[in-house]
Ligand binder design. Structure first.
Ligand code: SAH
Length: 411
């Protein structure tokens, strides 16, 4: 066992008995996985991140058990609803095994990268595990996981024995090093943390588990990338917010004549070039004309419009614009601006694909904003399909439903 894990605090024996407000009680009964600070009516003791909070209703009946975090707005992340079981190594192994089994069918699709654990939606709240071939990347969003990390790593070893395990820490943990117990973002918990090559629907990509965005790749867009591939034949394609070229390479394999990848991140654009290169044996991917642009999307789109450039397919998959509730209004206007700028460089009858990954923007708000912005430019979007997450990103509660994507023909 890695000595870093040996040095971490052990899970505490302490249990914090917690009584909830009627509203919070109602939410937990409906299996909402979060208890907010204001939902705690009383608690038997103070605690440290990772202590277990046992939740009771007004009649002192057991409601659930969860991971306590004294400093976060989300005070408790629920691990068990209704029925009490010990929270120990065997419990975590069981949860991991169940999550892994649900993803087995993906492996048959010439794919060896997928989300093994999707946090709350796999009843392991605040914990993400993505697998890229033989490398597993664990990302934790609360220090409450740190005392339980050894159980997670051991469980993962038993369930899928990855050669390498890398740990990523959320910004909020990185900003509270006193809780990190020496763990740092990108640290190796097993094997190496080198860049890894994996396969998604037969296409090779690299992921850098240490410096890459999120855990190294955006696995949630896998099915949407396939849909773009199916629409790309014979088209000139612009992929805005391309990251490492995911949609671009699928479009090329789908028979696109040319593919331009645009992202503000130079390392992402360099990785996109390498990803194309990794797939040079595929004739279509090799023969599509390629262009790589490391620039701000808004500036580049406006420059292309001024230069009179236009494409047959425009894909826009921006980062989350609404990190907090107060950002929602600005986010909606940024989406509207992008729709207009994207349509400015799309030929009549072209394919327009637009995604949003902000959980605070509901599908309804998003699709309405996109449609309205299009009509303000005098174009109409004929819907082909509206989609959400891929199979390995199950959604079990409202806030988990972040991804939406519109496929349309712009008249
Ligand atoms: N479509 C990608 C994922 C996109 S994630 C895929 O399938 O893998 C969002 C991307 O937007 C990131 O790569 C980030 O570097 C990029 N980005 C953020 N702000 C940007 C801006 N102002 N202009 C261009 N790219 C930007």
């Amino acid at each position: 066992m890695n000595e870093i894990l040996e040095k971490l605090p052990m899970p505490s024996e302490k249990r914090i008995a917690m009584h909830l407000s009627p509203q919070a009680e109602h939410a937990v009964r409906k299996r909402h996985p979060w208890v907010f600070r204001k939902g705690v009516a009383s608690q038997s003791a103070e605690g440290s991140p990772g202590d277990l909070a046992v939740l009771f209703d007004r009649k002192r009946e057991f409601l659930g058990i969860g991971l306590y975090d004294p400093d976060e707005l989300i005070r408790v992340r629920v691990l068990q609803f209704g029925k009490q079981m010990p929270v120990d190594a065997a419990f975590f192994e069981g949860r991991l095994r169940k999550a892994a089994e649900q993803r087995l069918s993906l492996l048959r699709r010439d794919t060896n990268a997928y989300r093994v654990v999707n946090g709350e939606n796999d009843l392991l709240p605040g914990l993400i595990i993505d697998r890229y071939a033989e490398t597993a990347v664990i990302k934790i969003y609360t220090p409450a996981w740190i005392p339980h990390l050894k159980d997670i790593v051991n469980g993962l070893d038993k369930v899928m024995s990855p050669e390498n395990i890398v740990l990523r820490l959320s910004n909020s943990i990185q900003s509270r090093p006193e809780y990190a117990h020496g763990l740092t973002n990108g640290i190796s918990l097993k094997g190496s943390c080198e860049t890894v090559v994996f396969k998604e629907n037969g296409i090779l990509f690299e992921a850098d588990p240490v410096n890459g965005q999120k855990t190294g790749f955006f696995l949630d867009q896998r099915d949407n990338r396939s849909r773009a591939e199916a629409l790309a034949e014979g088209k000139t394609v612009l992929n805005v917010f391309s990251y490492t070229g995911g949609f671009s390479i699928y479009a090329a394999r789908g028979g696109a004549l040319s593919v331009a990848s645009l992202d503000i991140s130079k390392p992402a654009i360099e990785a996109a070039k390498r990803n194309f290169e990794l797939n040079r044996e595929n004739n279509k991917i090799a023969s599509a004309e390629k262009e790589f642009i490391a620039e701000d999307a808004f500036e580049a789109l406006s420059g292309m419009y001024k230069a009179g450039r236009a494409f047959d397919m425009v894909i826009i998959d921006p980062p989350s614009f609404a990190k907090k509730q107060a950002d929602v209004k600005n986010a909606l206007s940024a989406y509207a601006r992008l729709v207009k700028m994207g349509l400015n460089v799309l030929n009549p009858g072209g394919t327009f694909i637009m995604a949003s990954c902000s959980s605070r923007i509901s599908p309804e708000m998003f699709f309405t904003t996109v449609g309205r912005a299009a009509s303000e430019t005098g174009r109409r979007l004929n819907e082909i399909e509206k989609t959400a997450h891929a199979l390995d990103h199950p959604v079990k509660f409202e806030e988990g439903r972040y991804l939406k994507c519109l496929f349309s023909t712009a008249l």
